[in-house]
Design a protein around this ligand. Structure first.
Ligand code: FAD
Ligand code: SIN
Length: 556
């Protein structure tokens, strides 16, 4: 039997992820650097393409940076890092100008006197109109334009269908220092694990909402980067704050299709079947309260009255207005039998966004030298206990620039690549029990939904902890004995992320933002500015960990 020679690839910068974070980082690096951008599926398969509402930025005379900062901090319920918020928010107009310069065709104001002005919509938590958008499919427009722009750059190689298995660090190779020097990557088409050596590695792998049974996210949102960085020795922060979007279409065939918050920003109401509104009973901002409040209020009503869903209603607006502002959502609902110009649409909350992540500094650098984390995988301190709508793409694009510029100045670019052993698959065989992987996937997502969802309790979370411990050891054994596949890689990662979420949630003995527990229903003001930081204990087993809590402003 002949075995194929292992493949090695050498790059200055290896970027894992081809969404807004990965591509914008690539586009801000110098043309002298040889860059690889990898995606585990098609280039546009991540969350970015699915974004609807838009990108927040201060672009209106009636708005101000101070107000955008204040709204973000208010939505984040005492856990946003004010310096990070100010730095990110002040990038807003530059981010939009940059996107315009590469051809993103933002929707303009339809008032002929303001035809050159961008149309700005509103979403939850924003006290002003400040969300720039491309109709109701902003992410798709941004993603396509970023890909087109990258394709024009000879120094950037794009690789689809390459899934990272693990990071390679000098510590793991037995050196005294700890730098990231590449990654083992499974080429999904050949089934072989290849070695990508790099002088800087950027995790731009997105979030982890697939840890829940119902989610607005596409299939790849498994927290791969989070788990890889954790295994490599990086701290994970505020993982208890998983965001649930209040309005996903309730339909057996729609796989939690999102109905943008911009629908409420343009006058949509959330009602019960009898037409009554209820959100003002929960918050003075009503339908435009921050997401944690709206999702929890809906969950409360559904449980109290045994409802399958509540309803989102914008049918009081004209047909032209609805088709003009929400052409894609309107068409999708129509294809599933609902006409939003004529009737309220049934909606339920679903997991949407990972507010916590791998701890990073102001350049997007993690705890390990030469390793960056950008976008939804990262914890920068921007979102606190609840992300405000449309601040995520802003963060991806702002930090993409910060990281790109920082990498351009890095001094290690002229150093030689170090020797890395090929992936050792000599002791593993093809799996004879793939069904185990599928079952574990289902079990994990269901118990996370049931026990660690919108409303939690210590008892439920402890139940989830027992189950995830069992799964982790089962997966560990499976991983050691069988050839890696995408499904196994993702299951291994999502189990690590579930464990981080549960540990963080058990540690927070209060309710705040997206973390609501029946055992501690109040917010404890003595915990203002205290983030939950988990630190891996690399001297123990893979599941070893230590925790500490730290002040917001001291997260790096
Ligand atoms: P993604 O865009 O998710 O990209 C992740 C990339 O990493 C993909 O290329 C994937 O293939 C790759 N990857 C992952 N794991 C691996 C691996 N192991 N190996 C190799 N590659 C890997 N935010 C807003 O600000 N405004 C909005 O209007 C908005 N609307 C949204 C609507 C929906 C339905 C959803 C789901 C999200 C929305 N968000 C919105 C959130 C926002 O879209 C995301 O937070 C953001 O796009 C994340 O970008 P990213 O680049 O970090 O990751
Ligand atoms: C939406 O359009 O409702 C999603 C916006 C976001 O997640 O920021």
């Amino acid at each position: 039997m002949t075995s194929k020679a292992p493949k090695f690839h050498d790059y200055d910068v290896l970027i894992l992820g081809s969404g807004a974070a990965g591509l914008s980082t690539a586009l801000h690096t110098n043309q002298s650097l040889h860059i690889a951008v990898l995606s585990k599926a098609e280039l546009s398969s991540g969350n970015t393409s699915y974004a609807q509402g838009g990108i927040s930025a201060v672009l209106d005379d009636n708005d101000s940076f101070e107000q955008h900062v204040a709204d973000t901090i208010s939505a984040g319920v005492g856990l946003c890092d004010p310096e990070v918020v100010a730095k990110t928010v002040s990038e807003g107009s530059e981010v939009i100008d940059w996107l315009l310069s590469i051809g993103v065709d933002f929707t303009r104001d339809n008032n002929p006197q303001n035809a050159q002005q961008l149309h700005l919509t509103r979403e939850g938590g924003h006290t002003r109109r400040r969300v720039a958008h491309v109709a109701d499919a902003t992410g798709n427009a941004v993603q396509n334009q970023l890909i087109d722009e990258v394709r024009k750059r000879d120094h950037i190689d794009l690789h689809a269908n390459y899934i990272a298995v693990d990071l390679i660090t000098t510590r793991k190779l037995g050196h005294k220092d700890d730098r990231c020097v590449g990654a083992y990557i499974l080429n999904i088409e050949t089934g072989e694990v290849e070695v990508f050596r790099a002088k800087n590695v950027v995790l731009a792998t997105g979030g982890a909402s697939k840890v829940y049974l119902y989610t607005s996210n596409p299939d790849g949102a498994c927290g791969d980067g989070l788990a890889m960085a954790w295994r490599a020795g990086c701290r994970a922060a505020n993982m208890e704050f998983m965001q649930f979007h209040p309005t996903c279409l309730y339909h057996p065939k729609a796989k939690s299709y999102l109905l943008s918050e911009a629908i409420r920003g343009e006058g949509g109401k959330i009602i019960l079947e009898d037409g009554s509104e209820f959100l003002h009973d929960f918050d003075p901002q009503g339908v435009l309260a921050p997401r944690d409040i709206v999702a929890r209020a809906i969950d409360y009503k559904m449980k109290k009255h045994g409802l399958d869903s509540v309803f989102l209603d914008i049918s009081h607006k004209s047909v032209d207005f609805i088709k003009d502002h929400f052409p894609n959502i309107h068409a999708r609902c129509l294809s599933l039998g609902y006409d939003m110009t004529k009737q309220p649409i049934p909606v339920v909350p679903a997991a949407h966004y990972t507010c916590g992540g791998i701890a990073t500094d102001e350049h997007g650098q993690t705890d390990i030298d030469q390793l960056y984390a950008i976008g939804e995988v990262a914890f920068t301190g921007l979102h606190g206990a609840n992300r405000m709508a449309s601040n995520s793409l802003l963060e991806c694009l702002a930090y993409g620039r910060f990281a790109g510029q920082h990498i351009n100045k890095s001094t290690n670019i002229n150093a030689k690549h170090i020797d890395i052993p090929a992936w050792d698959a000599s002791r593993v065989s093809d799996s004879d029990e793939e069904i185990v992987v599928a079952h574990n996937w289902d079990e994990l997502r269901r118990f996370m939904w049931d026990y660690v969802g919108i409303v939690r309790s210590t008892k439920r979370m402890q139940r989830a902890k027992h189950r995830v411990d069992l799964l982790l050891s089962e997966i560990d054994e499976y991983y050691s004995n069988f050839k890696v596949t995408s499904d196994l890689i993702e299951l291994r990662n999502i189990a690590v992320v579930a464990d981080l979420i549960i540990r963080s949630a058990l540690k927070r003995k209060e309710s705040r933002g997206l973390h609501y527990t029946l055992d501690y229903p109040e917010t404890d003001s003595s915990l203002d500015n205290i983030n939950t930081i988990l630190t891996p204990n690399l001297n123990e087993s893979a599941a070893g960990w230590e925790t500490e809590t730290q002040l917001t402003s001291g997260h790096k």
